[in-house]
Design a protein around this ligand. Structure first.
Ligand code: PMM
Length: 282
């Protein structure tokens, strides 16, 4: 897989019992594969398999559990010719996934969680998505003076470290880490300044799908106390429309890929953005 335009879709496959929006659904290999095949049919170019939830307050899993969750799924997807990305912060889990055929390592900690990660990336030669992350991850304190320049600078530092460790520039993809220890305002600032992140000279991956800051845009369907106050599937899927709009705008800002749960709505949004681009160019 190469970093290229137009904007690609990375479909999310969380094989965890507790991910924030789809946790518990794809915990059998069969269910996971069926969902991955559907995402490819709907227009995803790659499926991002994750075995550890990164949501705020999520329980940590050990490496063995994470590996046992993801490797059989990666193997099955690769056997069907589906390009696979592995969402992990652990070098050994990443290596096991690459040995099973994964083509991209997606590390939400940008290499900060595991000092061995850079070596695995350099030795395997696969693509590496470096997400912006500070200690504490989703629970980190959002104490930025200028979130865009600080995220850019910290990503630049991570890239410099990776290059020293032998990773090739063309292997590196950057991600501003939307929702990870950032306020809603900071998330919007990062999205609004994606070209500044792109100016690092690497493909940009954007992961805003169904995140909490989008929920704040929706009408308050819990206003009536009699309706109850538990979040339902409908509440979560209402975030797919704002997610799709972000996909289209991210494409206009030159994103390499968007990481989304609902592939069909983002596919449509990207197709609209592409027709718009062609319309403007002809
Ligand atoms: N967000 C989540 C997990 N992995 N990876 C990248 N590169 N970027 C993200 O923004 C990102 C990620 C958390 O969302 P999920 O629980 O829905 O997977």
């Amino acid at each position: 897989m190469k970093v290229q335009q137009p904007t690609q879709i990375m479909g999310i496959l969380n094989v965890t019992p507790d991910s924030f929006s789809d946790g518990g659904r794809y915990t059998t290999v069969d269910a996971a594969v069926t969902h991955a095949v559907a995402m490819i049919e709907q227009g995803a170019s790659i499926v991002d398999v994750g075995g550890e939830s990164t949501r705020p307050g999520a329980a940590a899993v050990d490496a063995k559990t994470e590996r046992k969750r993801i490797v059989p799924v990666v193997r099955e997807l690769v056997a069907r010719g589906i390009p696979v990305s592995i969402d992990t912060r652990r070098a050994r889990v990443a290596l096991a996934a690459v040995e099973a055929g994964a083509q991209l390592i997606n590390d939400v900690s940008g290499g900060l969680s595991d000092p061995e990660m850079a070596r695995v990336v350099a030795e395997t030669g696969v693509l590496y998505a470096v997400m912006h992350w500070r200690e504490g991850g989703a629970d980190a304190t959002p104490d930025y003076r200028n979130v865009v320049s600080e995220v850019r600078r910290e990503l630049k530092d991570r890239i410099a470290h990776l290059i020293v460790e032998g990773v090739k520039p063309e292997q590196i993809i950057v991600d501003p880490g939307i929702g990870f220890g950032k306020t809603p305002e900071q998330n919007w600032q990062l999205l609004g300044h994606l070209p500044q992140i792109a100016s690092l000279g690497h493909g940009v991956l954007v992961g805003a799908s169904r995140k909490r800051f989008l929920g704040a845009l929706l009408p308050d369907i819990h206003a009536d106390a009699a309706v109850g106050d538990t979040r339902t599937d409908t509440d979560i899927s209402q975030r797919d429309a704002p997610t799709a709009v972000i996909s289209a705008l991210a494409a206009r800002s030159g994103a390499w890929a968007v990481r989304v749960h609902d592939v069909a709505s983002s596919r449509l949004a990207l197709d609209v953005a592409e027709h718009w681009r062609i319309g403007a160019a002809t």
